[in-house]
Design a protein around this ligand. Structure first.
Ligand code: NIG
Ligand code: FE
Length: 453
């Protein structure tokens, strides 16, 4: 399936010119300078224009897929010429007075699944809890049944459809978890499809193995079901996933009633032994020791954290202070969709010096929402982040949550040329128009891949 929004064939700047120059921006927000934590979370590096058409207005130049210069247009043009890069080889892209940011990065999605679970919204309205529905064989398990039965073609089409939506909201890189197979064959298929979708582009996809998402039905009938499944994760699924060589991370749903911190530790340590970096679903529904474990393992990221313990926040603060920050990846759409009145303590994490990222958690149960720009609104309204803090959370800090901060997440020379031109003059308006289509142009690896003139 291909939508009208998908890649503009070859890209407008593709074969014709190896370079592009974005001009006419009201502001360029660079996020230059690495991961943000504490008071730096709000320092985004904003270059402003008095006159977007004037020579001092901020511009961004890219060459062969990388950013080569950011700064006042006249100075950038002079620098390019001086480096032997003639301006005639740069396609001019007019931002028409819009704001320019790095491409957004969604560091937590469950992109690939079959079926849908709108019935659970009604069950929750009637008072059922998320874990009650799972214990009764619904929830994740109903998606597992549908996903096991789905063909590769169906999963590919589904992935393309939702990647298109994400791109339409300015997203140029996502993480995509498996976790709806829960057996080696289906988990491998999900990781493999995630990888192939990224190769196909334009959105980059970072695959994560989430075999420890739930205990599958064939183990649930056994008295030692959870333990037996943990052993099979370590002895069978993990070696198969590692041999396939495409998953970069391993994730565990560490939560009371799902996997304990001890079981999570065993899976993640074994995964690290195979070269898969740990990340966790931590303290989503109740304080379950997830934040503490993430700090202990020096995970790339601890995600959800809607209900961390004080000790868990302290452990993550100490890890950050010691120079080994675990990113707190907060998922405010999920809390809202689960109808919770208690939100992740984002301010406590920022105050404690823990870098904060934001993701959609796109999945069929708790967050069927592919719009990362909307998650920025939720981060401001429900988590109390400022618009600038939230912008850092979906760019450089999200890159760090995927261990990609040296490649993406900011506009500075040498980085991959992924950027968004917005139809609003300031990024402060991104959270201000929740759910609106605010993207004018997306450039991925130096090519225009979406354009809404
Ligand atoms: O991040 N909590 C675990 N996993 C997902 C939900 C998955 C599902 O319900 O299908 C989450 O909320
Ligand atoms: Fe999740």
């Amino acid at each position: 399936m291909t939508s009208s929004l998908r890649v503009i064939e070859g890209g407008r700047t593709g074969e014709l010119t190896p370079g592009f120059l974005v001009v006419g921006a009201s502001e360029v927000v660079t996020l230059e300078g690495g991961v943000r934590r504490g008071p730096e979370q709000s320092q985004v590096g904003r270059l402003l224009a008095d006159d977007p058409a004037g020579p001092e207005a901020p511009s961004v130049a890219g060459w062969e897929g990388r950013v080569v210069a950011v700064g006042p247009r006249a100075a950038v043009e002079a620098a390019l010429e001086a480096e032997g890069l003639p301006l005639g080889r740069f396609a001019r892209i007019d931002a028409a007075g819009g704001a320019v940011t790095p491409g957004l990065i969604d560091p937590h999605t469950h992109l690939l699944f079959a079926g849908s679970r709108e019935d659970e919204l009604v069950l929750r309205q009637g008072g059922a809890s998320y874990l009650d529905i799972l214990a009764a064989g619904g929830g994740i398990l109903s998606t597992v049944a549908a996903t096991r039965a789905a063909s590769e073609g169906e999963l590919l089409a589904h992935g393309r459809r939702w990647l298109d939506e994400m791109l339409g909201h300015g997203v140029t890189t996502i993480e995509a978890k498996s976790g709806y197979g829960l057996d080696l064959e289906t988990e491998l298929r999900l990781v493999d499809i995630a990888h192939r979708l990224g190769r196909e582009g334009p959105v980059d996809v970072v695959p994560t193995w989430l075999g420890a998402h739930a205990v599958p039905p064939e183990f649930r009938t056994r008295p030692d079901g959870t333990e037996a499944y943990v052993r099979s994760l370590i002895d069978e699924q993990l070696p198969g996933i590692a041999a396939h060589g495409r998953a970069r991370f391993a994730d565990v749903f560490c939560e009371t009633g799902v996997f304990t911190p001890d079981q999570s530790r065993r899976v993640l340590e074994a995964a690290r032994g195979f070269g898969l970096e740990p990340r966790l679903h931590a303290d989503e529904l109740a304080p379950s020791g997830g934040a503490e474990l993430a700090a202990e393992l020096n995970a790339a990221s601890a995600d959800h954290l809607a209900t961390p313990s004080k000790a868990g926040i302290r452990a993550m603060a100490e890890a950050a202070e010691a120079g080994n920050p675990v990113v707190a990846t907060l998922l405010p759409i999920t809390t809202w969709f689960l109808m919770k009145d208690h939100h992740a303590p984002a301010r406590s994490f920022v105050d404690a010096g823990v870098p904060v990222a934001i993701g959609t958690d796109f999945n069929p149960g708790t967050s069927p929402a592919p719009n990362l720009a909307l998650a920025i609104s939720f981060a401001c309204v429900n988590l109390g982040l400022s618009p600038d803090e939230a912008l850092a959370a979906v760019t450089i800090n999200a890159a760090r949550a995927l261990s990609l901060e040296d490649e993406i997440g900011s506009l500075e020379p040498g980085k991959v040329a992924d950027l968004v031109i917005w139809r609003v003059p300031t990024t402060a308006q991104i959270p201000y128009f929740p759910g609106a289509d605010l993207v004018r142009t997306v450039i991925k690896r130096g090519r225009v891949v979406l354009d809404r003139p």
